[in-house]
Design a protein around this ligand. Sequence first.
Ligand SMILES: O=C(O)CCC(=O)C(=O)O
Ligand SMILES: [Fe+2]
Length: 207
Amino acid sequence: MIALPDQLFTSLETSGWAMSDAVIPVEWRHSLKEVSQTLFEAGQFHDALIGQHASRQKNTDIRGDSICWVDPHLPPYVTHPFFLFLADLRQTLNQTYFLGLRSEELHFARYGSGYGYKKHLDQHRNCPHRKISVVLYLNDDWGTDDGGELCLYEEGNAGLERVTRLLPTPGRFVMFRSDQIWHEVLPTRKTRWSLTGWFRDDQPIAG
Ligand SMILES: O=C(O)CCC(=O)C(=O)O
Ligand SMILES: [Fe+2]
């Protein structure tokens, strides 16, 4: 089991989401940023699509990032400490909450200036296998004027919605329940880099 601060699990349990600015060492972020930038420069990113199966389509009004899927079983990821951390985290979540998580599905994402991702749920109605979403922000610096906040919506008392806005600051790590937490990426004012993933209870088909 990994030594994640208890507060992360308490927060995941009570709010459905958790955040840490301390668990990801700066070197991990640097090397992942380098990999993602190299892949981007080599033309390995493509426009993210919305919808499922045959109805998948591009709609930058809803979702404006471009992405590059990564296979955690292949180099350079398979030996990278962040991916070992994720595998460990999955095991810890299974031991603590009996979630039956079996795999990680991951992609790098890059939002150009002006783009975001409208309010959505990560778990699709007809495909309930994404259980926990994780995001690591790879940006080198981020200020309050740069936009691109991740907004997390929680159902509060008396049907009131609580909104938390998280800036994609360097090395920030966020996890949330894919089936419960509606969220949104506000339009960014500069290029925004991240690595996004989902713990699933099946074996993934990337795409
Ligand atoms: O980058 C983020 O903050 C969240 C991205 C997201 O919601 C997604 O890719 O499903
Ligand atoms: Fe999402």
